[in-house]
Write a protein of this length. Structure first.
Lengths: 380, 201
């Protein structure tokens, strides 16, 4: 099959998890004998071939005053590129990733008369609500994407229900396919870490990875920190990610001083080393359609303490691959982090189980096969 | 000759609608075929019944006219493409920036010539509002991608020349209040189609 991927972000451009998702999925599809073509954003027009995947980049306007208009313009540019490509090769379908791809993908669907598959990675309602006309328009675009798509893919089991109800999508066209992990990437990484950059030799790293926004819940973890340190004084909190870093850093430093470190944005390779060396990751999200961090940590045999919400209901099995906490509950976070820190043998066992489970259930080979199965339904 | 004309709306008494209707009626009077594709805002319109009119609804409500238009154009493309099952179009005629994305996509995909009438430019309208620059970019693109740019008055011609940097040789003023204006537009169509045929041969 030859799907045409429409995504605004594809490595090296990435803001969230969509870029990595698209890269891993398209690369695996290529390995399985399919022929995915990616059209995405770039500062200038270019074509590259990476890991068997053909990637076309198109620039977007500098004149846009907001992301929505920028996405509309980018969509038109992507469509023109798709029309050009369609003169040399036939596409079986167009696969859009999140609302920013909807203008381009629906244009391509209409002009090239292709079936459309739409992966919803998160919703406007869940991210930051529908309180303004601007937010409502993004919500409308998400609805429009589900309306125009022959098949809708969601990345979480609970999230499937959210998508069905939020956009009134018929049951039969909503599919759940989890995200995956490229285990080879984790296994081939040395994991070498200059620990002194983050913690003292005897300290145990408790790692947070995510954008510093309320949705990811860094504030709840910060509130839990003093209670954790009461019982586990060797803990050292390392808070990786960009966003409102200074805001959270100010609060955390006030609470626990040097027991917390904010390195800001950390490159992938360094992050992987941190995950391999951390005692655990903490994912205190209040809204998380899927949440890749628990799986990435699991690939490193590191357990995750994560909120019982969205995708983490599936990606963490309580007291087997990690620990669940009540969402937005610092007391619950403190309790579970302390349990894991104070029983290192049990914590290691959780990490080993987490790794086994990823190997069995969250491999891209499986996810790609499920996705192409959905493609078959879309082109019927 | 079979011409598809794109217009944001179709409403009796509205300037661009009247312009589009007049051209379409002239086309059918001359024994050719004309189709108007327009968003359905429930306005009343009257037209020669030989003109094929397709009005469509849009299940998308945008926060501004730019975003709304971009999605409206996607629907417009879908309407044109579905008509291809029963007819072939020889030429696409866009009206103003609100139909540029659709016209450009269709023209490129079908490899058919594109004509645009720029009734006024964003610069002439005052270049106000947050979307002004993006709207002006669409006007530029419309002028750039078209085989023929028509304007209805000298002021617009000057703006298209200097603000949109369009080449003068594909730009022409045809005043819809002048005698024989519709015939002149049809002649432009004929020239483009003849030229395309020559290039093909």
């Amino acid at each position: 099959m030859r799907p045409l991927f429409i995504t605004w972000e594809y490595p090296p451009y990435k803001a969230g998890g969509i870029a990595a998702h698209c890269e891993d999925l398209s690369t695996t599809m290529d390995d399985q004998g399919h022929d995915p073509v990616v059209v995405t954003y770039g500062e200038e027009e270019s074509t590259e071939y990476r890991d068997g995947v053909e990637i076309h980049r198109v620039p977007a306007t500098d004149a846009a005053t907001d992301t929505l208009s920028w996405a509309m313009h980018l969509g038109h540019q992507m469509e023109k590129k798709a029309i050009e490509l369609a003169k040399q090769k036939d596409f079986d379908l167009v696969h859009a990733h999140d609302w920013m791809a909807v203008p381009g993908a629906t244009g391509i669907k209409k002009t090239l008369d292709l079936p459309m598959v739409f992966t919803v990675h998160s919703t406007q309602k869940g991210r930051d609500g529908i309180d303004s006309k601007y937010q409502e328009t993004i919500h409308n675009l998400e609805w429009y994407g589900t309306y125009e798509a022959e098949e809708v893919i969601t990345v979480g089991r609970d999230f499937s229900e959210e998508v069905k109800h939020t956009y009134d999508v018929p049951n039969e066209k909503v599919n759940y396919i989890p995200n995956g992990v490229d285990l080879e990437k984790f296994d081939s990484h040395s994991g070498n870490l200059n620990k002194n950059k983050y913690a003292l030799d005897y300290e145990q790293i408790v790692l947070f990875v995510g954008r510093m926004y309320p949705q990811k819940g860094p504030g709840h973890l910060i509130e839990a920190m003093p209670k954790i340190l009461d019982k586990a004084p060797d803990a050292k909190f390392v808070m990786c990610g960009s966003g409102a870093t200074e805001h959270y850093k100010g609060i955390a430093k006030q609470q626990v001083g040097d027991k917390v470190h904010f390195p800001g944005y950390v490159p992938d390779s360094e992050l992987l080393s941190l995950m391999k060396n951390a005692k655990m990751t903490v994912a205190p999200s209040v809204y998380e359609p899927f949440g890749i961090v628990p799986l990435e940590a699991a690939a490193c045999e590191t357990p995750t303490v994560g909120s019982y919400t969205g995708g983490m209901k599936d990606t963490i099995i309580h007291e087997y691959t990690g620990l669940h906490t009540y969402p937005a509950d610092p007391g619950s976070i403190a309790h579970q982090v302390k349990r894991a820190l104070n029983d290192p043998g049990w914590s290691d066992w959780l990490g080993e189980n987490a790794r086994d489970r990823v190997e069995d259930n969250f491999r891209w080979e499986q996810i790609s096969a499920w996705t192409t199965g959905i493609y078959s339904n879309a082109v019927k | 000759m079979n011409v598809v004309l794109l217009s944001k709306q179709l409403k009796d008494g509205e300037a661009i609608s009247e312009y589009t209707k007049n051209i379409a009626e002239k086309i059918v009077q001359e024994g050719h075929e004309a189709t108007i594709i327009s968003f359905d805002d429930s306005s009343y319109y009257s037209i020669d019944e030989r003109v094929d009119v397709v009005r469509f609804s849009l299940h998308f409500d945008g926060d501004n006219i730019y975003n709304w238009s971009m999605m409206m154009n996607n629907e417009m493309k879908g309407q044109v493409m579905s008509l291809l099952e029963e007819k072939d179009f020889d030429l696409i005629h866009a009206n103003d920036w609100t139909t540029v994305p659709g016209a450009v996509a269709i023209s490129k995909h079908l490899e058919k010539p594109m004509v645009i009438t720029i009734h006024s430019t964003e610069n002439e309208r005052g270049f106000e509002g947050e979307q002004a620059e993006m709207i002006s970019e669409l006007e530029w693109q419309g002028a750039y991608e078209s085989d023929q740019v028509l304007v209805t008055k000298e002021d617009t011609k000057n703006s298209v020349l200097f603000d949109l940097d369009a080449p003068e040789d594909k730009l022409e003023v045809i005043d819809p209040f002048s005698d024989g204006w519709r015939e002149r537009i049809l002649n432009k169509y004929r020239e483009l189609l003849k030229h395309k045929k020559e290039v093909k041969n």
